[in-house]
Design a protein around this ligand. Sequence first.
Ligand SMILES: C[S@@+](CC[C@H](N)C(=O)[O-])C[C@H]1O[C@@H](n2cnc3c(N)ncnc32)[C@H](O)[C@@H]1O
Length: 274
Amino acid sequence: MLPFDDDAARRIARTYTTPDIVGQRERTLALLDLAPGERALDVGTGPGQLLAAMAARVGPDGLARGVDPSPAMVAMARERCAGLPATAVTEGGVSGPGSLPDGPFDAVVSTQVLEYVADIPAALAEIHRVLRPGGRVLLLDTDWDSVVWQVDDRDRHARVLTAWEQHLVDPRLPRTLGPALRAAGFTDVRVDVIPLLNATWDEDTYSAWTLGTIADYVAGRGGLRRADADAWAADVRDRGDYFFSVNRYAFRAARPRGRSGVDGSSGAASAGPS
Ligand SMILES: C[S@@+](CC[C@H](N)C(=O)[O-])C[C@H]1O[C@@H](n2cnc3c(N)ncnc32)[C@H](O)[C@@H]1O
């Protein structure tokens, strides 16, 4: 797994200021559709950019609550949200029953987080528990099979991306999230794709920042030496025919209103498919 320490937090925060991720955040916020006065929880809030934007939408009469297990991320999110009314950031993460702050929340969002979580049914049951009946969830994750990157050495590239997959629990989570949401008792499951596309080389892009993160991570893994990682990075970056794209998938679903068996007390997946 990626160590979400001070260095990683700084690098992720910088990567998330690129126009690619600013656009992804705007799309996420549009899909989440928060209203003034709503209570919203950001699970794995990271550097807190989404949380700060959520606070602006729910306003002083709402609540924008963030949790993250990384002390470095919590410190960064707290600093970003300092002075914003109705925000709170605490250390914690989604796992089994009682791991999230008790709601009820009108909305729960978690972007680029569940792919790091080992027990998805338990995490979805816990998100379900803290939502009010009728509340909604938005989960955004990457399918790393969707990466398109122009390179000369395709064999080395394949080995790099395979080693990179070790940085998370499930590099292909989106393809199973819909059924998992239904099994956890959610209804009205909808999915949108949010592509990131860098069709020319530019330092201020998601892929330019991520290639450095990948090179550092894979050096010493999967039989790749530092020199292999550096050679891969040199092969990919700053080419005349630079091309990169990857897909994020945003799942929205609702906790049903007043269905028996999914009343928030058990958090169990007892409802049938929607
Ligand atoms: C790639 S960052 C995404 C940050 C933020 N959600 C965003 O999109 O801007 C992943 C974050 O997930 C957090 N994380 C990892 N495991 C978690 C868990 N079980 N529950 C909540 N957050 C978790 C990490 O500490 C890290 O801050």
